[in-house]
Design a protein around this ligand. Structure first.
Ligand SMILES: [Ca+2]
Ligand SMILES: [Ca+2]
Length: 215
């Protein structure tokens, strides 16, 4: 078992290094765009591998059945959030209260404004709600060329696993704890809970807080 877990850590490390891990709920992984159809946030293929929601930002890509990939960022350049001042450091951020803001880039549809819903009248901000189970996204996102993207549906929505769910199977268990500690001791990217590309005491604190809360 120990050996298996170590292999899993190694796999996770390789995947994380390529930005391929996801913590999107396997049962709730779609949003819907009024003009672009269903959007898969988790597992459309093994190349881009879906979205990872970190406490302060997103990484990865969403597959849209009609318009291809929307990239939500590959990791902020300097801090825990994308500056979005130019195309070199773009992506979707998460505010301390859970609101999404910043930009995704659609290979065929241009910029997608994740803060667009907050600017609508009435305001319909896109946000991560951590008070519900499963944790999930709500609200609306605006695509400059494709209109509204709905994160608000009752049945078709994007669920997000707990930050402490390192194995990302929807359950926070001792197995996640063991794997995290092992990854942490190795300085493995799988233990990078806040997604800043470094494994530090901050990740340890955030993991323990999320683990104790059980999300
Ligand atoms: Ca788990
Ligand atoms: Ca970190």
């Amino acid at each position: 078992m120990k050996h298996f877990l170590a292999s899993l850590v190694a796999l996770g490390a390789a995947a994380a290094a390529r930005g391929q891990t996801t913590n999107i709920d396997q049962d709730y992984k779609h949003s819907f765009g009024e003009n672009i159809g269903f959007m898969n946030w988790r597992d459309a293929d093994s190349t881009n591998g879906g979205v990872h929601v970190y406490p302060t930002h997103l990484t990865g890509a969403i597959w849209c059945e009609n318009v291809g990939w929307i990239f939500v960022g590959s990791g902020p350049a300097d801090t825990n959030q994308y500056a979005n001042a130019d195309a070199a450091d773009y992506g979707v951020n998460v505010s301390p209260g859970g609101k999404l803001f910043g930009f995704g880039w659609g290979e065929n549809i241009g910029w997608v404004n994740f803060g667009g819903g907050a600017e609508a009248d009435p305001s319909q901000p896109a946000y991560l709600d951590s008070s519900v189970s499963p944790r999930r996204l709500y609200g609306y996102v605006w695509g400059e060329n494709v209109g509204w993207i709905n994160l608000d549906d009752d049945k078709t929505y994007v669920g997000v696993y707990c930050f402490a769910d390192v194995i990302a199977d929807g359950f926070v268990t001792g197995e996640d704890f063991d794997l995290f500690v092992e990854a942490f001791e190795l300085g493995d990217p799988g233990a990078d809970i806040n997604g800043d590309s470094f494994v530090t005491g901050e990740d340890f604190d955030q993991f323990v807080a999320a683990f104790e809360a059980g999300c």
